[in-house]
Ligand binder design. Structure first.
Ligand SMILES: [Zn+2]
Length: 232
């Protein structure tokens, strides 16, 4: 076994004991509040959170992702790209992994500190994420943890270091094309493609439905996350 986990997504009622899930009610340390989008000042929406399993380099930590579903038309439908002649081994300057979080926010905490937030305005419908230990990344798994990046554009865009010395390692990937299910009566995602500026679809897109790669620094020091994407 190579400490690789492919995940399945289950449609079951959310339990307070669940630590890895899409949508529903986030489970966060009580001092953390729902982040606000720096582009449009709306509250961001909770997309998913994952508790890294035993044997993963971020074992014991949870990563929660919030994203703004209410603004569009800016250049940040995918995360800002660090400057460089290529993304392969690109060096990411100190501060970048904080300043690039405009319409999304990554929250990392000790899994044991998470408690269900009771007053969240839910938009993404809840789905449980189940981990299955494997020895190979499955390109069709919605979430796959550890292992190697699956490059859908054919080119290797493994980053270099953060702040000169902090190595970035692949934490997990989200499959391209994934549609985050929308709660029935939740407001649609803002979109520039329709006359009323609202997506007509019963789902939400994260980072324009690209394949999404999450890279992390050494979480025992200061956990920082670099998010990159590729389109198929
Ligand atoms: Zn916004």
């Amino acid at each position: 076994m190579k400490n690789i986990w492919n995940c399945t997504i289950e449609t079951v009622a959310q339990q307070d004991s669940d630590d890895s899930f899409i949508g529903g009610i986030p489970k966060l340390p009580p001092e953390i509040s729902i982040p606000t989008c720096t582009l449009c000042s709306q509250k961001m929406s909770f997309m998913f959170q994952v508790a890294f399993p035993k044997g993963h380099i971020w074992e014991g930590k949870t990563l929660a992702l919030f994203y703004c579903l209410d603004c569009f038309g800016h250049r940040f439908c995918i995360p800002e790209i660090p400057l460089g002649s290529s993304l392969y081994h690109v060096e990411i300057p100190a501060g970048f992994l904080d300043s690039y979080q405009r319409n999304f926010r990554v929250i990392v905490f000790d899994t044991a500190d998470g408690v269900p937030l009771k007053n969240d305005c839910e938009r993404v419908a809840s789905r449980k994420i189940e981990f299955h230990l494997s020895d190979k990344n499955d390109k069709d798994a919605i979430f796959t943890f550890g292992g190697k990046p699956i490059w859908v554009m054919g080119k290797n865009e493994t980053p270099g270091n953060y702040a000169t010395t902090e190595k970035l390692k692949l934490l997990f990937q989200i499959k391209e094309g994934f549609q985050f299910p929308k709660c029935e009566n939740a407001p649609p995602q803002a979109s520039g493609f329709y006359p009323d500026k609202r997506s007509p679809f019963p789902w939400y897109d994260l980072f324009a439905r690209n394949r999404i790669y999450f890279w992390g620094t050494d979480a025992r020091k200061d956990a920082k996350v670099y998010i990159s994407v590729q389109h198929s």
